[in-house]
Design a protein around this ligand. Structure first.
Ligand code: ADP
Ligand code: MG
Length: 252
């Protein structure tokens, strides 16, 4: 059984069909790429999977359970985490605080204990800090834990955003243009990073990305969207040789 099943999903905004009859099955452990021009509907697919938008039509199942239109925090608790195309870090907080907050949100922080600062609070606080430190070590940000997030070089901010998503202990990670704004060297480094966290955290990953060398380098299967519709789906080789993709997307 696929871990994620998207069946005939359509999303309309007024007269605009952002996603049209989308079908996508994702197996556990797979790394799938979604590419397509601006406005093709890629981010909308993530917003549908994470409950930010409710499908106009169709069903979305995660591990067999219908999650279409479920509240976003419930979906993230089930094990679907994401990053955003535009970074959403707390720029004035430290790197460590950024990860701790994500972890607290996930752990259902006990607010009463926090107010009274009792034993339970201290134990919870200690565990959250340890988890965050461990996570930051794995993603290679240990030396920056006390830096303000907004002061980090851009590539590290992208990694921190991913670390925050990993703090939710997901089984599926959705990455929306993680290499946006990176130069070719940085995006290749990010590609290796994605491969590493995939192994370390046993993840299924869906990756939206414009940097073709990244998508072609790590994805096993790629979906090409245009005007909300799938034009082609296939291996990197199939995509690169597809006449539809070459004419409509790569523009050659
Ligand atoms: P991509 O990520 O592929 O660039 P998006 O999924 O962001 O594309 O957008 C697909 C289309 O849906 C675009 O035409 C966009 O303007 C439209 N769209 C996305 N979100 C909304 C919204 N909340 N309200 C109205 N239109 C939207
Ligand atoms: Mg987008």
């Amino acid at each position: 059984m696929p871990i994620l099943e998207i069946n005939n999903v359509t999303k309309e905004f007024g007269g605009l069909t952002a996603v049209s009859n989308l079908n996508l099955n994702v197996s556990e452990g797979e790394l799938i790429g979604i590419i397509g021009p601006n406005g093709a509907g890629k981010s909308t697919v993530f917003n549908l999977i994470t409950g930010i938008y409710k499908p106009t039509k169709g069903t979305i199942k995660f591990k067999g359970q219908d999650i279409g239109g479920m509240e976003p925090f419930k979906i993230s608790k089930l094990g679907i985490a994401r990053t955003f195309q535009n970074l959403r870090l707390f720029k004035n907080l430290s790197v460590l605080q950024n990860v701790k907050i994500a972890n607290q949100t996930f752990a259902g922080y006990d607010i009463l204990s926090a107010i009274f600062r009792n034993q339970k609070y201290k134990a919870q606080e200690k565990e959250i800090k340890e988890n965050a430190l461990k996570l930051l070590e794995i993603v290679g940000l240990s030396e920056f834990i006390n830096e303000k997030a907004g002061k980090l070089p851009y590539g590290f901010q992208r990694k921190l955003e991913i670390a925050r998503a990993l703090a939710m202990k997901p089984s599926i990670l959705l990455l929306d243009e993680p290499a946006a704004g990176m130069n070719p060297d940085e995006s290749l480094e990010l590609m290796e990073f994605i491969g590493k966290i995939r192994k370390d955290f046993d993840l299924t990953i869906i990756l939206i990305e414009h940097h073709m060398e990244v998508v072609m380098g790590i994805c096993e299967r790629i979906l090409v969207l245009n005007f909300g519709k799938t034009i082609v789906e296939g291996t990197p080789e199939e995509i690169q040789n597809s006449p539809e993709v070459i004419s409509s997307y790569l523009g050659e």
